[in-house]
Ligand binder design. Sequence first.
Ligand code: ADP
Ligand code: MG
Length: 307
Amino acid sequence: MENVSESMKKWMDQNNQTAHYIELMSDVYRNGDVVQFINDHRDELDEDHIDRSAAKLYEYVTEKRKLANGETTFAPGYEPHLIMSNHLIDVAYAPTKETVAREKMKSEQRRLKTISMPKLVKDASLTEFEKDENRVLALKEALQFISAFEASPRTYHQGLYLYGSFGVGKTYLLGAIANQLAHDGYSTTMVHFPSFAVEMKNAIATNNVADKLEAVRRAPILMLDDIGADSVSDWIRDEVLAVILEYRMQEELPTFFSSNLSMAKLESEYLTVSKKSEAPLKAKRIMQRVRFLAKQVEMVGQNRRPN
Ligand code: ADP
Ligand code: MG
């Protein structure tokens, strides 16, 4: 699109329409922003400077009016400002408040990566977290993590292992933590572990196991949701879960879990389900990593799921 000042210059060159010009410009010189700007820069501007800036002032007023009327502007999403440039008045374009807010929202959304997570996660927020006396402890732990982590993101911080019955809000709280971290500039990956396990099994056929595993285990902050909800195979336990946790521990990366099972039950009921004789030992080793990575916090309360 042609710049407004350019097109106006051309138009004026072609048509020597003085009367019309005067009419147009008197409107421009009556504009409050223009009056204010000229007043503020009085000592830098004489009449000649102002005359030579006419096209720019016209551009400013026209674009500003289009913006106010919701019409398409020269630079959509941006708004004009008057500035001084080389002793003349010029127009600079800066993102509108709405554009800045939208960009911020987009980059926040980019910081939260989810794999098969329920939609409720996107809108979960710490301020809307309903804290009855049972849940307040988990919220306190969450806030403690966030402030400790943000105060020194490069040192190791133990995540949380939230456990409790179905519907108490474990996933919601993890989502709320992740959204707060995203807002503050930190990236989190949330993984619904049972779905991820299925995805990994399917990835064997397409030779994608390594890539998928890599993305998850390297996440700056990782949340494994609903661990223990399915029945684990030896392969998922040893080649997926153990591999992820080993890496997180070595690299000291913050890791969260949510589960219907306590850590003790995760070990005895979930990880030891295989009948192979080495299962208890493997389960124990995995649990050492889980305990290193996360602090167990019980969440109790009523089932909040609608229906
Ligand atoms: P869990 O993961 O423990 O099974 P969810 O996090 O899925 O539980 O929560 C169950 C339901 O309750 C969801 O519909 C969720 O939106 C709602 N919920 C949970 N915690 C809150 C909260 N603090 N404020 C509002 N809604 C909540
Ligand atoms: Mg859940």
